[in-house]
Design a protein. Structure first.
Length: 64
């Protein structure tokens, strides 16, 4: 699944570790999501959308 997580994270000036701390996962999890190697749980997708104050669809493209 394609995602815009790296762009959103960088625009906010966050490291992968910072974002991981904010949503309660490891840096490795954020790295895996950004590289498209791991699809987050619905709970984590909502936490990421909440962190960036956007919709899940603004981060994740299921057609990508």
């Amino acid at each position: 699944m394609k995602n815009s997580l790296p762009d959103l994270r960088e625009r906010c000036g966050l490291s992968q570790a910072d974002l991981a701390d904010d949503v309660g996962v490891t840096r490795q999890t954020i790295n895996s999501i950004e590289r498209g190697r791991y699809d987050p749980s619905l709970e984590l997708a909502f936490a990421l959308a909440d962190r960036f104050e956007c919709r899940i669809e603004d981060i994740f493209d299921p057609d990508g």
